[in-house]
Write a protein that binds this ligand. Structure first.
Ligand SMILES: NC(=O)C1=CN([C@@H]2O[C@H](COP(=O)(O)OP(=O)(O)OC[C@H]3O[C@@H](n4cnc5c(N)ncnc54)[C@H](OP(=O)(O)O)[C@@H]3O)[C@@H](O)[C@H]2O)C=CC1
Ligand SMILES: Nc1nc(=O)c2c([nH]1)NC[C@@H]1CN(c3ccc(C(=O)N[C@@H](CCC(=O)O)C(=O)O)cc3)C=[N+]21
Length: 275
């Protein structure tokens, strides 16, 4: 079994981003935060740290966990209209009553570096240039980096969220994979997933994918980041069990996560250089 690590790829993307960022005016990313969720705040800190490392300016706009949707919307619209800002991201989760999909309509698609706006998703579905969500892009980057063939292969994505599952299905289709998307109402999940040449788990349930879900030799990408009791992180895939069956598997931590952060910054550098 091959372990598909993400750290080296992430470092290579950061190097390239640093060069792109230095080529023009300094790219600036604004991350809008309205949560007290620890995992989410960890991600925000890691974005800020990685941004500093590649010469991307990063503003954390923390509205607090009780911010009302109107305030979040005004903030996103203001940043979208601000010429000094090139990338705008709305961190999830959001306060109860706020819809990420609804609020993301306030992000200018040219600055939508985490592919959250319905316009970005629509453009992606239509095969037009758009920033995909960094996580969906990270899955594709890992598959390409490890030279996993997609054309004509069966790809199964577990999870249909707007951040991961749906955009990823479009990206895989564009590469001529035969794509199936599963979710909580899918009957006999193992029967569907065990037909996959490439299996992506983006659910948020530790250990959901076991050996019985995986075909011998399949490539398995684990997007899940579930906090463990000891303060660590674990994926949606039972790594020990699945590594006995799969041909290749991404670790958590050290797989999709670091690539996601690196690509968010690459998108920001590209947004700054859009004509
Ligand atoms: N590494 C990274 O860069 C990132 C990691 N993540 C992680 O990825 C995971 C998924 O995130 P996200 O997409 O935002 O999560 P959501 O909660 O938005 O979506 C979860 C999806 O999983 C489906 N689901 C839930 N239970 C089951 C089940 N038992 N069987 C099959 N499908 C099920 C849901 O189905 P239904 O639609 O029917 O409810 C839904 O489509 C989380 O662990 C998150 O932390 C997220 C973003 C970035
Ligand atoms: N609009 C939006 N877009 C997101 O992409 C988004 C979000 N909201 N909200 C929160 C989740 C979570 N997320 C992670 C990204 C990287 C790591 C990551 O790099 N983790 C490290 C390890 C971290 C550790 O060890 O604690 C790794 O996997 O190696 C984790 C989690 C993005 N998210």
């Amino acid at each position: 079994m091959k372990t598909l690590t993400g750290r080296d790829l992430a470092a290579a993307i950061r190097d390239q981003t640093q060069t792109e960022a230095a080529a023009g005016p300094q790219p600036r990313l604004a991350v809008v935060v309205a949560t007290a969720d620890e995992a989410s705040l960890w991600y925000v800190r890691s974005i800020a740290k990685a941004a500093a490392g590649v010469g991307v300016a990063c503003d954390i706009v923390d509205l607090g966990p009780t911010a009302d949707p109107g305030r979040i919307q005004e903030t996103l619209a203001g940043l979208s209209a601000d010429d000094a800002v090139h990338g705008v991201m709305l961190q999830t989760p959001l306060p109860a009553g706020a819809s990420a999909q609804e609020l993301a309509t306030a992000i200018d698609p040219r600055k939508d570096v985490d592919g959250a706006s319905p316009l970005s998703l629509g453009r992606l579905a239509a095969g037009l240039p758009a920033f995909p969500p960094a996580t969906a892009a990270a899955v594709m980057a890992l598959l390409d980096h490890h030279e996993v063939p997609l054309e004509g292969r069966r790809a199964v994505v577990v999870g249909r969220s707007t951040v991961v599952g749906k955009p990823l299905a479009h990206l895989l289709l564009d590469r001529h994979a035969t794509v199936t998307v599963c979710h909580s109402r899918t009957r006999d999940l193992a029967a569907v997933t065990s037909a996959a040449d490439v299996l992506v788990a983006a659910v948020g349930r530790a250990g959901l994918i076991g050996a019985a879900h995986v075909a011998p030799g399949a490539v398995v990408i684990d997007v899940g980041t579930n906090p463990t009791d000891d303060g660590g992180l674990t994926g949606d895939v039972d790594f020990a069990a699945v590594s006995e069956v799969a041909g290749a598997l991404t670790p958590v931590p050290g797989g999709v996560g670091p690539v996601t952060t690196a690509l968010l910054l690459r998108h920001t550098a590209r947004a700054a250089n859009l004509p």
